[in-house]
Design a protein around this ligand. Sequence first.
Ligand code: URA
Length: 272
Amino acid sequence: MTEAERRATLEAIAQEVAVCTRCRLHQTRTRAVPGEGHPETEVVLVGEGPGFNEDRQGRPFVGQAGAKLEALLTSIGWRRQEVFITNVVKCRPPENRDPEPDEIAACAPFLTRQLEALDPALVVTLGRFSMARFSPGARIGQVHGTYRPADAASGAPEALAYAMYHPAAALHQGSLNEALFRDMQGVPEALVAARARRRSAATPTDQAATEAEAPAVAEVSAAVEPPAIAEAAAIDPPPAIVPSPEEAPPAEHASPPAPEAETRPAAQLPLF
Ligand code: URA
């Protein structure tokens, strides 16, 4: 899929989400929240569902949990416009209650299609509802801070899923704040492992083409089975991630020379 096709697909999904009436959550929403981010990103973050502020603004993670999420990304030198951020359900559950199974099921095709379009290497799950989709049967207390192959039915069959507590949990339980920041430190390594896994899954022809296009990525030795986190050597940055639709420069500026951090192409996610 070209970048233009990917953008068009994501936009089409967002327009469907905006007028969706597939479950009862549409009755109480102010705005649906499809998600946003870099259409060429390697990393998708999936939360639970919009809260009060997200419902008002139609954007994911813009309230207190969003501030926490941005602090977490900043702690590894990443920015929200370099990744794609969305939720399991796209409309706010009243009073921020947990989403019901039938609401999750009704909304699932949107997330599946977003993931199929984005084809991420790594999905970072934020909280147990998101984790359940990519790692069914896992327990968050046991698997947070680790990765495993994403469930094939998730829409991201070639991705690794990295489990984290929900950022809002740290707002209520101080002890989880430390765990969240510690777990975030493992995300770049998980991305390295995810890239290595995709490279080894590529056909010889695909792999040759990839190598011809991009400078070599360092070999990652560790297995991707949980709970191990891969030990990875230094790595060249991959081809680029483009900025979020709202914040992005036009497509022709997607891969400019990056004279300073502010204008760094999104794909240059610092890894270590
Ligand atoms: N919590 C979520 O899970 N998603 C949001 O978008 C905001 C808060």
